[in-house]
Design a protein around this ligand. Structure first.
Ligand code: CAA
Length: 380
């Protein structure tokens, strides 16, 4: 068994680490405080091929693999978790499904400019009254004159305030339940498309999130992604990949907190010596490092399976479940190592703790990951 990275994978990891250290880490606290969207840095990520790491270069992407994507997400999120999720939504939740389910004509229009980073995409599944029970959506797509008329509301949409297009899921045949859901691509310029005001979030505050309203938006038939009634499968398959991205985001957040806790423990003195000399602190650091490595291995396994083209739903769910819950434990311990200072805004560990919390909720809560894992276990 070989878990060595290839030369290309090491290069992308190092490039992202350097970028995070120079461009993200020094700004992340300020962006968090001001809810600032890092447009300039997102443009630079696009220039490095990171807004669509695993999309082939013929479609404007980075032409790398899913393991490289996980490495990039870890490093970027270590620098700024908000920037990490802007990148992951465009990569996994927008470009990936258009690549997988789109026709060549759709890819030319709806993938190329988004993969190259000229435009930004978002994914609209969640609604005010349907989150975990995604198939309970109320947004309707009614057939009319060579297309569909969309009406309804979506909420908690990451990249919603900035997106140029939305991959949206709507009911074309409500009595059929999940088999009546269809996916569509809608430009933000469409008549009747309205954005809500940005949400004031606890963490990942550099990324924009808002509700989206569809007030009789006409979508031509050519902009339907996949067949009628296949939308739920498009959403589920997309989320499998998305969960690798969020797991890697959680990993990056945890690593940032761990590295800061280790540095602080070596500097801070108590009882006449650095607190790193005490086993109480050493054991915390040892547990943090072990959990970080365990999460990374689960993420790499899921990403490698995705690259092999086999079903990886359960492995992605395990990676996300473990990495997100690990990130909350590790960031909390990092606060503990910092003592009272960790509970102030003078240090970054409180931000990492706030940033970690959402990774246990979006792209499927921890409870949903357990549902997915258990369903797969019981199939055997
Ligand atoms: N790939 C392909 N098809 C899949 C699939 C997958 N991973 N998972 C399920 N399916 C198919 C099944 O095969 C089944 O097909 P058939 O009817 O043809 O047999 C169909 O989908 C229904 O499957 P289930 O019966 O398992 O569906 P369910 O209704 O019981 O729900 C669920 C499954 C796992 C709970 C699902 O609803 C779910 O994942 N919910 C969570 C939703 C979620 O993650 N939302 C996140 C929003 S996006 C977000 O957060 C983005 C952001 O802003 C960052």
């Amino acid at each position: 068994m070989n878990i060595d990275l290839t030369e290309e994978q090491r290069q992308v990891r190092d490039l992202c680490r350097e970028f995070a250290d120079q461009e993200l880490k020094p700004n992340a606290r300020k962006w968090d405080e001001t809810h600032h969207y890092p447009a300039e840095q997102v443009k630079k990520l696009a220039e490095m091929g990171l807004m669509s790491v695993a999309v082939p270069s013929e479609w404007g992407g980075g032409g790398m693999d899913s393991v490289s994507y996980a490495l990039a997400m870890e490093e970027i999120s270590r620098g700024c978790a908000g920037t990490g999720v802007i990148m992951s939504v465009n990569n996994s939740l927008y470009c990936d499904p258009v690549l997988k389910f789109g026709t060549d004509q759709q890819k030319a229009e709806w993938l190329k400019p988004f993969a190259s980073g000229e435009k930004l995409g978002c994914f609209a599944l969640t609604e005010p009254m349907s989150g975990s029970d995604a198939a309970e959506m109320r947004t309707l797509a009614t057939k009319k004159d060579g297309g569909y008329v969309l009406s309804g509301a979506k909420n908690f949409i990451t990249n919603g305030p900035q997106a140029d297009a939305v991959l949206i899921f709507a009911m074309t045949d409500r009595p059929k339940g999940h088999k009546g859901i269809t996916a569509f691509l809608v430009p933000a310029t469409a008549k009747g498309f309205v954005r809500g005001k940005p949400d004031d979030k606890v963490g990942i505050r550099a990324s924009g999130t808002c509700s989206l309203f569809f007030e009789d938006v006409f979508v031509p038939e050519k902009d339907r992604l996949g067949k009628e009634g296949e939308g739920f499968k498009v959403a589920m398959a997309t989320l499998d990949g998305g969960r690798i991205g969020i797991a890697a985001q959680a990993l990056g957040i945890a690593r940032a907190a761990f590295e800061e806790a280790r540095a602080y423990a070596k500097e801070r003195k108590a009882f006449g010596q650095p607190i790193a000399n005490f086993q109480a602190i050493q054991f915390m650091l040892a547990d943090m490092a072990t959990e970080i490595d365990a999460a990374r291995l689960l993420i790499w396994r899921a990403a490698a399976l995705k690259d092999q083209g086999v079903r990886f739903s359960s492995e992605a769910a395990m990676a996300k479940l473990y990495a997100s819950e690990m990130a909350e434990r590790v960031t909390s311990k990092a606060i503990q190592v910092h003592g009272g200072y960790g509970y102030t805004k003078d240090f970054d560990v409180e931000r990492h703790w706030r940033d970690s919390r959402i990774t246990e909720i979006y792209e499927g809560t921890s409870e949903i990951q357990r549902v997915v894992i258990a369903a797969n276990l019981l199939k055997e």
